[in-house]
Design a protein around this ligand. Sequence first.
Ligand SMILES: [Zn+2]
Length: 153
Amino acid sequence: MINKIKQMLAQVTDPEIPVLSLGDLGVIRNIEVDDEQVIVTITPTYSGCPAMEVMEQDIIDILTKEGRKVGLPTKIKVETQLSPAWTTDWITDKGKADLLKYGIMPPSRSGKIICPQCKSKDVELLSQFGSTACKALYRCTKCLEPFDYFKCH
Ligand SMILES: [Zn+2]
């Protein structure tokens, strides 16, 4: 049953990055199911992120809708766990590959940043803050495409 729930949750994506599922984002800490309810524990990517409320509702919606077909309890609870804090290291390798395909440079501990379009290493920082606070805006000096870099934290 837990695996079925995981599959359902794979359909829920980060509202800001539609290619990244919650599983690949690494925010799902725990899934519990008993006769009465399903409890999904998530760790927010960063505190005060408005996207988290959307995610919570999406989790409830999908588990209510899809869960009915497989006999899941209809009571769905989403709990948040703040410690340990989420880090970009929790993004799966698949998640990172999906980000790159989507045109966002995934978090890089080595600090090596390449252009998602042409893979050139010749990039320049335009702004520490891109479309959201967790991203920085870069530009490739080869193909001149601007792109977001998902900062490590
Ligand atoms: Zn480029």
